[in-house]
Design a protein around this ligand. Structure first.
Ligand SMILES: [Zn+2]
Length: 200
């Protein structure tokens, strides 16, 4: 199930089948991989309920959502969080998301590039030794000297990267919506591409 989160000012809420305004709106920049967004929310809670269960209950529970669609072609939206009463719970959720993103940020690695062919070499920080290797592609010596690395990066697979990006985007979006006093809405995304996540 793919979710679409967004926020608009309370005074601009309209009922379905109208669409909610786009000129005044906050929306997180989420990757077009619904599985990554779902995974981003896994393990988080909102008001003593698992966040994903709350989303399902809101969109597929006994009461059908009634608020306007995020855009034409979408179903109705429901209020996920309403300031000010949901402010503490939403800020806690944002903290949880940031914490998960940090915890699963992946091992840090130092990165070098072959000066000739540009092949990349990433070595986990703990394993870095000052040695010279021969580039696997072109044979040019590459000096694995920490002071000459291109910098640090996380050794992380693209799916996990998308999950962590979603977590940070959602956390920032939740905080900004609450700072503005706008309700956070959610709608089911009917255009969810059938992009399979890794089978891990
Ligand atoms: Zn090379």
């Amino acid at each position: 199930m793919a979710f679409r989160f967004f926020a608009v000012p309370s005074h601009r809420l309209v009922d379905y089948p109208q669409s909610l305004p786009v000129d005044e709106r906050l929306e997180p920049d989420l990757p077009p991989v619904p599985e990554a967004v779902e995974r981003a929310l896994t393990g988080t809670e909102f008001r003593d309920m698992r966040a994903r269960d709350r989303l399902r209950a809101l969109l597929h529970g006994d009461r059908t959502p009634t608020l306007g669609a995020p855009e034409a072609g979408f179903g109705p939206s429901a209020v996920f969080a309403q300031p000010p009463q949901d402010l503490p719970a939403l800020l806690r959720l944002a903290d949880e998301l940031d914490g998960l993103a940090r915890r699963e940020a992946g091992e840090r690695a130092l990165v070098w590039k072959c000066g000739d062919c540009g092949a990349r070499y990433a070595v986990p920080v703990a394993l870095v030794r000052q040695v010279s290797i021969r580039c696997e592609r072109c044979g040019t010596p590459v000096e694995l000297n920490a002071t000459r690395s291109l910098g640090e990066e996380a050794l992380i697979d693209p799916f996990q990267g998308a999950v962590n990006h979603s977590r940070r985007e959602l956390a920032a979006f939740f905080r900004e919506a609450m700072a503005r006093g706008w309700p956070v809405l959610v709608s089911e995304d009917p255009r969810a591409p059938a992009t399979p996540g890794p089978s891990a």
